[in-house]
Write a protein that binds this ligand. Structure first.
Ligand SMILES: [Zn+2]
Length: 342
């Protein structure tokens, strides 16, 4: 990336209301079959246009073609029963009705590759594609077959690696794995979670990123954050392992969070997507607020490794708020670029 401080979003943007009811997760599609396909492609075009208008440098799909960042990928795998669901507690936090693993899981067909090819045709800018991480996938279903979180994660990692290689061949520049579960199950990260992540990125030549946040701005996550005290040191438990990994970019929640910035020192040398936009509030940041967060991060990240971004996905927000936050990100970054140019 030649431009200093290239901006990007973590992943999701709100969908148009004609495609899926806005401001909620797992929002059902309003269209079917061929119309749904066309509708998703039109939504991709809009997501691209909104990012370009805001001056975002690395383009994402805004997750317009998926219902949810984890379950849509799982839906495309064999061995998973979506009919007879079970209630599980996601990330030890909130109940959700999830599918059940009933047999060996395999990826029989590509999941997002056609969507990535479609987006690739629409822009010459670098594009980033998000996939769920193996541990977060394990945490978003019930396993009746492997009876081992580690074994199931390994199978998911193999499926993710197949998908990632095809996304790379489709022209995706950065493949990002979303692993919010890394912030909860530290021992598992160190025992097998990072190994599964390495399997998922094996053999890739494009850049790879891991996104580790404190979750979407939904009530269960916001309530959980209130229990974490005045300093959130979860990253400290996992950064040493990430530092040694082959992952190129680490995406973090920073703005309005209680994460001490100096923890970023533990992964110096990695590129850091610094979350400078809070996705848990409708308040739109001022450009100076964004700049303040980036200045704090710059004490621990070399400027050429700083990738300003959002804390997490913006699917639960209104479209106006999301657009305002995209603009704020760009304007705040512009302030820092000028300061660094002096
Ligand atoms: Zn996130």
């Amino acid at each position: 990336m030649k431009k200093l401080l290239p901006t990007s979003i973590v992943g999701s943007l709100p969908k148009p209301s004609w495609l899926a009811p806005p401001e909620k997760l797992w929002s059902p599609w309003k269209l079917e079959k061929k119309e749904l396909l066309e509708g998703k492609q039109d939504a991709l075009r809009i997501a691209l246009q909104e990012q370009q208008l805001a001056g975002i440098d690395i383009i994402s799909d805004g997750e317009q073609t998926r219902q949810h960042f984890v379950t849509t990928f799982i839906e495309h795998l064999s061995g998973v029963d979506f009919e007879n669901r079970k209630i599980v507690k996601i990330r030890d936090r909130y109940d959700a009705s999830v599918p059940v693993v009933v047999d060996q899981v395999t990826r029989k067909k590509a999941v997002f590759v056609d969507d990535a090819k479609f987006l690739r045709k629409q822009t010459n800018k670098p594009i980033k594609w998000a996939l769920p991480g193996p541990m977060t996938m394990v945490d978003t279903l019930h396993d009746n077959h492997y009876k081992s979180r580690e074994k199931l994660a390994w199978e998911f990692a193999k499926a993710l690696n197949e998908e990632a290689r095809e996304l790379q061949d489709a022209g995706v520049d950065i493949i990002q794995f979303d692993e919010p579960a890394f912030n909860v199950f530290f021992n598992d990260v160190n025992d097998w979670g990072m190994a599964a992540m390495e399997k998922a990125i094996e053999g890739l030549n494009c850049e790879t990123a891991i996104h580790i946040c404190y979750g979407y701005g939904i009530k269960a996550n916001n309530d959980w954050k209130k229990t974490l005290g005045t300093e959130w040191r979860q990253y400290e438990e996992i950064f040493p392992k990430i530092q040694k990994s082959n992952i190129d970019i680490v995406s973090l929640e920073c703005h309005n969070s209680c994460v001490p910035f100096n923890l970023i020192e533990l992964i110096r040398g990695k590129k850091i997507m610094v979350g400078a936009i809070d996705v848990a509030t409708n308040n739109i940041e001022t450009s100076e607020e964004v700049a303040t967060t980036l200045r704090q991060a710059l004490k621990f990240v070399d400027p050429e490794n700083l990738y300003p971004s959002t804390n997490c996905g913006m699917a639960p927000l209104s479209r106006n708020v999301a657009q305002g936050k995209l603009n704020a990100l760009s304007k705040g970054v512009e302030i820092i670029r000028k300061e660094l140019a002096i």
